[in-house]
Each structure stands twice: as structure tokens, then as C-alpha cells.
Write a protein that binds this ligand. Sequence first.
Ligand SMILES: [Zn+2]
Length: 123
Amino acid sequence: MSRNDSSDFRTREAIRVHGDDCVGLRIGIRAVDIVVREFGILEDTKGLKVRLGTKQCLGDAFKALLHLDDNQIEYAERDDIIRATNGTSKIELHLTRSKLKETNDVLKASEAELFPVIKKSSN
Ligand SMILES: [Zn+2]
């Protein structure tokens, strides 16, 4: 069973917060995984800020899984880029341009397919 299967606890929690399951939410969950990995986030997410040039659905994945409040998430003009910073580093995730129609398409996609550009830099 893949870790983003809907039976997965985190996925269920994200769906609960979002009120629905959708492609955007599933992409958001994958983005959260990358941000957590790249920043080495364990518990404390207070210093984290996320700027989303995406559908708002993705923001609910960040809220649900990293317990971010509204001050930590900014919804920007749509450019299909997720920008996150923890104060010392920045990461940019560029969303794929291919159309994902179903949540299953997100599950099947590799990280490189979903986010063709992942840029990390220091502030
Ligand atoms: Zn949605």
C-alpha cells in the first residue's frame, strides 16, 4: 500500500481538514513530504512560511499536516510555484504542467514528474 493511499492516516487527516479529496490536496501532500525532507522538519514548524501560487487546496495539506496557521500561508498570484522558507533556507517547487485528472494520477506520478523543478537555496 503506498503511503499516500487514502487509508493512510496523514491523507485522511488532510481530507478531513480540506473537507474533500481532490487532486490539489494530493499534490499538496506530496509537496509537504518534500518540504519536510529538505528542511529536516521534526516537530517545530513555527518558523516555516509557505507561499502558494497554486490552488488553495494545496494549502490545506500544509495546514493539516504541518499545523500551519493562516499567518504562515500566503496565497499568491497563480504561477504554479510553491515557495517555502524556514528562515535560513528556501525551497521552490514548480508544479508539473501536465494535467492530472484524478487523485490516482498523483499517487502514480514520481516526484520528478509532479515537481520538475525543485530548487533549494540559502537566504
Ligand atoms: Zn480541493
